[in-house]
Write a protein that binds this ligand. Sequence first.
Ligand SMILES: CC(C)(COP(=O)(O)OP(=O)(O)OC[C@H]1O[C@@H](n2cnc3c(N)ncnc32)[C@H](O)[C@@H]1OP(=O)(O)O)[C@@H](O)C(=O)NCCC(=O)NCCS
Length: 488
Amino acid sequence: MTDITERCLNRQNRAGRLAKRPFSGCDFPLPAGVECAARDNRQEKKSAVDTSGYAQWFRDSTPYISMHRNKTFVVLLDGAALAHPNLINIVHDLALVSVLGARLVLVHGARPQIDAQLPDSTFHDGRRITQESDLTTLLGTFGELRTHIEALFSTGLPTSPLRQSDIAVVSGNFVTAQPLGVVDGVDHLLTGRARKIHRKRINGALDSGALVLLSPLGYSPSGQVFNLPAAELAADVAIALNAEKFIVFNAEHALTDAKGERRSVLSPADLDAHISAKEDADTSGNQLHLRAVMRACRGGIRSCQLVSYVEDGALLAELYTAQGHGTQVRENYAGLVRPATPEDVASIVEVIRPLEEAGVLVRRSRDRLEREIGQFLVADIDNNVVGCCAIYPFGTVAELACVAVHPSYRDLDRNPGIGARLLAAAEQAAAASGATELFALTTQTRDWFIENGFADAATEALPAPKQALYNYQRNAKVMIKSLDWNDD
Ligand SMILES: CC(C)(COP(=O)(O)OP(=O)(O)OC[C@H]1O[C@@H](n2cnc3c(N)ncnc32)[C@H](O)[C@@H]1OP(=O)(O)O)[C@@H](O)C(=O)NCCC(=O)NCCS
């Protein structure tokens, strides 16, 4: 019996047992040739799921599932998130992310829970000053929260999405700490900071398939326990593990611009400016989260994500859809791309001439290049133009043309490469000009465009002036990409 058929029958038996009625259908997609014993009545029952929407959503998430598999994500779940009714859904979603192959380290906080028990605590710059006498309360609270989280991940009831997930949650002495000491004249007593994150131990647990759960505690070599600010610890763990992502659950679903619209992507420099614009005295949870994200960015984490702990499914939407749901903080893909200036014409000619001679690009005279230099973007490394592209707006569509990277800089062992960075910058420029679609004409580079989100289109999809000039002899393929997701 195949695994799938077996699962079907198990499901049939379980459903029959639980509902005390005959099982009438199997909802596992079966490969061709595999028959499920439970399928007989299926046609009779109208599906409860909107299969087309569901299937499309699931298919669209495939690249993200592949991208995140075997990657390490460090997740901060603060005390407010742990107290929110949406916590159960967050746990289910984290379990799904884990089942889909991501390696998860969860760092929890406990501020509101501890505030409730130690209402007279004092703080400096957002950090609690921990007295010796506070430790029993702290350890009790952390223990309770950890147990609660472990219990949620252990739920195996047939009605729970976690049934059959069997996720091991591992905690331990993963952090060596030291006292924070006296900062701005304030002795932080038993508030500490991470001195060493035991990477090998954590990776060992992750390699075994476990989810690592850390309370904001660290131990000194002399055995002293220190209370660590959870957001800082989470950022330090992400840096030590060289995590692919640092994910912070936040009360606000995303950072917004002056018009109140979501900023889906923000560069670390923009985030720094955003943090600086706030009052120094603002040590709200949100501000502490942003500071932790900044700490992670400065420590080399390439992608940090702020997601809502209030909205159901925010994590999945952020990780597995092109549009996302929260705010991602990462270096701007267009970092090395800038608008071209008249001084760049000679360098652009050097990059594109061989391609024009080979028939890959349409020939442009130097005069035309000089006239159209305002349409060009260049990739500039140490004042050398190593690539270029041009954007020609036609109302709500724009043409991407003359994409070229110097052969020595193509297919670099870096992600994204120069071509992809030029494309990202071109998409931003096209979207800024009001275009919702980007098209390109290509004779030899179709697959590269497909890999970068373009799809084949008919010549009729071209704007009228472009159709009139279409060269049937050259027979270039028309490629189109929607820019709808470019909302910032
Ligand atoms: C297409 C081009 C701009 C990509 O630049 P790049 O900096 O190498 O791009 P990226 O790093 O984003 O992508 C590299 C990937 O694209 C692939 N690729 C490059 N050219 C390709 C082509 N013509 N067809 C299919 N795939 C191609 C590479 O093999 C590499 O794949 P990998 O990641 O699996 O190793 C560059 O190859 C180039 O200048 N080509 C000649 C000019 C050209 O064809 N321009 C398009 C005119 S319409």
